[in-house]
Design a protein around this ligand. Structure first.
Ligand code: ADP
Length: 397
């Protein structure tokens, strides 16, 4: 039989329909059309597949569509659709639907056409299962929320720790202040007794006890001063007040303050600083405290008659280096690891008469950090120790 033009058209239509169905199946996008006059709804196969319902048993209708929507979403979906039709806008929503026993997220888009009187004739649109996308987005949102909650928790903890630390610092500051007053009396009166201001003490043993009272009082004063500095540093309240320092003078001052101990041990302190050495920009009080701690350690931990060297120079990188070296007992490599931690003291030292607080090097280290500098220790047991302070080149004047 000869093929007619009608046959060709029919087969072209068939091909086009097959292509449409194939592309919908592959993309997962279904097509729907609502006829407002006839109140009929058309669903393509893919829409039935999305809702997982049998096409033959369920003729599509707007009511069927609404019955598949989750109760919670029903109201706003209906309103969004009506609003789009009334306002002549495109309609684009995402909502949860019941598909068999499962819940799915679908994205529906649509556009309405109107007759000359402005009445809606038909709305056509697409529907797509976007569950995977929504779930992935949900996961990202959940993980963002989780991270935010974690960050908040860390912030809360840090704040709590800060408050606890500040309470500790305030307590230490208050306690130290209260302790200093009675200690002033202990140190002051024992000094008067040592000087026999009102005549002899009587028994020889009182001389010895007076010396003990005085040295113990001084130890406590030093401890309290160190604790006060420590609490200030830890509370972030130790402000560095930069000024230009002539280091040679400051070293001289520190040596003078340690002179009594140096003389008692018959030690020599040498200062090695070139006349051309530039000045240093630093906090004067902190610098004196640093030098005092290092010089007094060098005196304490080296034997009678030994030599102590205080030196300063600018190295090839422009860093300002200040070092205090002694020929003393030294520090073992193991002990060097923890030496800058608070209240660290090593066994050999406890046999020595003028005990310290174990806070000296920790304070030096922290004060150096406030100057953007560092503290380095080189030491060999029974040979000696060199503590070097390194200031960044910006501090060289
Ligand atoms: P303190 O001197 O008050 O004990 P430091 O923090 O200054 O506290 O020093 C901690 C410990 O490090 C000392 O007790 C001592 O054991 C050791 N140490 C510090 N400086 C020296 C040094 N120059 N030589 C040997 N040991 C030292």
């Amino acid at each position: 039989m000869a093929r007619t033009r009608g046959d060709d058209l029919a087969s072209a239509l068939e091909v086009s329909e097959r292509r449409r169905q194939e592309s919908q199946r592959l993309s997962g996008v279904g097509f729907w059309e609502l006829n407002h006059q006839l109140e009929t709804l058309y669903w393509s196969e893919e829409i039935f597949a999305i809702y997982e319902i049998e096409p033959d048993l369920n003729p599509p209708s707007y009511e069927l569509f609404l019955s598949l929507i989750y109760e919670d979403d029903l109201d706003w979906v209906h309103r969004a659709y009506q609003a789009a039709v009334n306002q002549r806008r495109e309609y684009n929503i995402r909502c949860r639907v019941k598909a068999g026993a499962k819940a799915k997220w679908i994205e529906a888009r649509g556009v309405t056409y109107y007759n000359d009187d402005g009445e809606p004739i038909r709305t056509i649109g697409t529907a797509q299962d976007v569950s995977e996308i929504v779930e992935a987005q949900q996961k990202i949102e959940d993980s963002v929320k989780e991270k935010e909650a974690l960050i908040q928790e860390i912030r809360d903890r840090a704040e709590e720790a800060e408050q606890a630390n500040s309470a500790k610092s305030n307590f230490l500051a208050a306690m130290s202040h209260d302790l200093r007053t009675p200690l002033g009396a202990i140190v002051g009166f024992s000094e008067m007794m040592q000087a026999r201001v009102f005549g002899p003490l009587g028994d020889r043993r009182y001389d010895e006890y007076t010396n003990y009272i005085h040295s113990s009082g001084m130890l406590l004063v030093n401890l309290i001063n160190d604790i006060l500095d420590l609490s200030k540093i830890e509370a972030g309240k130790y402000d560095i007040d930069d000024e230009i320092i002539e280091l040679k003078n400051l070293i001289g001052e520190s040596i003078t303050q340690n002179q009594v101990y140096v003389r008692t041990k018959n030690q020599t302190v040498r200062v090695h600083i070139a006349d051309s050495l530039p000045n240093l920009r630093a906090d004067k009080r902190a610098m004196l405290q640093i030098l005092n701690n290092l010089v007094s350690n060098a005196v304490k931990f080296s034997s009678d008659g030994s030599e102590i060297l205080v030196a300063a120079r600018v190295d090839d990188n422009g860093q300002y280096l200040v070092s205090v070296s002694d020929e003393g007992v030294g520090i073992s490599p193991e002990d060097q690891k923890t030496i800058a931690e608070p209240f660290t003291q090593f066994a050999a030292y406890h046999t020595r008469p003028n005990k310290g607080t174990g806070l000296g090097l920790y304070i030096v280290d922290r004060l150096m950090r406030l100057h953007n500098g560092t503290m380095e220790i080189q030491s060999e047991p029974m040979v000696g120790t060199t503590v070097t302070l390194l200031f960044p080149s910006e501090r060289v004047v």
